[in-house]
Design a protein around this ligand. Structure first.
Ligand code: PLP
Length: 383
């Protein structure tokens, strides 16, 4: 292998950051309580609504995505109140753990990892637990590479008093989301995934229906109390991550220029190419309903996820992800999330072919790459 190595982050977060976004942050840090900064903050948050397809305000936290998940729980529910939580992977588990940490009464829709919750399962839980006020879902369950039919679920909650919360930390921009049109009530997101920024910011946006719960809420909290964020908007109640707001401004600008439909379509096509490539190599997908954030692949018999990811990273500079939690060694995940283009995907697939070959798995070089290239051609984006 060459000594010179280029790095490809093909993991579902953090994702690659465009140089223009990095450079946008390389500017003088100005004081946050100045009209100059507030103007940037206001404009940026205003424009960021486009990413969520909402006219609601977007609030930004200095935290990782999990902070926004915690904010959703502690601002919507009081200890002892009931919530329906979909658990079909690591991140659904996180909703449950946060709820339990605050004494919320959890009604769990427990699924096999890799399955996608159906609208019927949500409907049944709503019928059996009419006192559950909030439903927590994960649009893209990153740990299993699964996407749920969020639009159909929103259809069920839209005209009721139930508040539908979705974890869009990986899903945002990779999976179509029209918050207002679909009637989704609360969306949480993070900077280090589809938004093409480094880790460090989390986002939350809420419908009017959700705000009614926030207004009445008595759950103990401080840093993530949304009422402070609303009272101070667009200013932040605490010190905002000034330079990251510059970066956000740039990434939102780039995403707007690309156009959200094109961003969704790019992720769909990259996902399709990756799925076709691994299938052409004789590998099997893990998810029952694969999404466009990352492709979860079953580790072939006799191989180990850890070995595959290590060779990919250390020898070829391609960082993919293994599994998480109870499936940590039985799958690996190739992301196609954020600032990723067709040649990044082709590079990742070819590195996978080299790696599998080295580990003794029968590979005919180019078979996966061929399937990816043919997908790009068929989809009309190349050749
Ligand atoms: C990455 C991710 C998270 C966790 O976000 P952090 O930024 O690590 O706190 C939560 N949910 C989903 C679906 C994710 O992909």
């Amino acid at each position: 292998m060459f000594k010179l190595k280029k790095h490809y982050i093909m993991a579902p977060g953090p994702t690659p950051v465009p140089v223009d976004v990095l450079l946008a942050g390389a500017k003088e840090t100005i004081h946050h309580r100045t009209p100059q900064f507030l103007e940037i903050m206001e404009k940026t948050l205003d424009e960021a609504r486009y990413l969520f397809q909402t006219s609601n305000r977007v609030y930004v936290f200095v935290s990782s995505g999990t902070g926004a998940m915690e904010a959703a729980v502690t601002n919507l529910l009081n200890p002892g109140e009931k919530a329906i939580v979909v658990v079909a992977g690591k991140f659904g588990e996180r909703w449950k753990e946060i709820c339990e940490a605050y004494g919320i009464n959890v009604v769990e829709i427990a699924l096999e990892w890799g399955e996608a919750v159906t609208p019927e399962q949500i409907e049944k839980a709503m019928r059996e637990h009419p006192d559950a006020k909030v439903i927590f879902t994960t649009h893209s369950e990153t740990s299993t590479g699964t996407v749920i039919d969020l639009q159909a679920i929103a259809q069920l909650t839209k005209d009721t008093d139930k508040v539908l919360v979705t974890d869009e930390i990986s899903g945002l921009l990779a999976e179509p989301l029209k918050m207002d049109e679909w009637g989704v009530d609360v969306v949480v997101a993070g900077s280090q995934k589809g938004i093409m920024m480094p880790p460090g910011l989390a986002f939350i946006t809420l419908s009017k229906k959700a705000w009614e719960l926030v207004e009445k809420n008595k759950c103990p909290k401080y840093y993530f109390d949304l009422k402070y964020y609303e009272e101070n908007y667009p200013d932040n109640p605490w010190t905002p991550a000034v330079n990251m707001i510059y970066m956000l401004n740039q990434s939102v600008k780039m995403l707007k220029e690309e156009g959200i439909e094109n961003v969704w379509e790019r992720h769909r096509i990259l996902g399709e190419a990756t799925r076709n490539a691994v299938k052409a190599l004789g590998l099997e997908l893990f998810s029952k309903r694969p999404g466009n954030v990352c492709t979860a692949v079953k580790v072939p018999a006799g191989l180990e996820a850890k070995k595959i990811t290590k060779i990919m990273r250390d020898k070829y500079g391609v960082t993919i992800a293994g599994g998480q939690g109870k499936i940590s060694n039985s799958i690996f995940r190739i992301a196609h999330l954020g600032y990723v283009s067709l040649f990044d995907t082709i590079a990742a697939i070819s590195a996978l072919e080299f790696t599998l070959h080295e580990l003794g798995y029968p590979v005919k070089f180019g078979e996966g790459v061929k399937a990816a290239m043919e997908t790009f051609h068929r989809e009309g984006v190349a050749g």
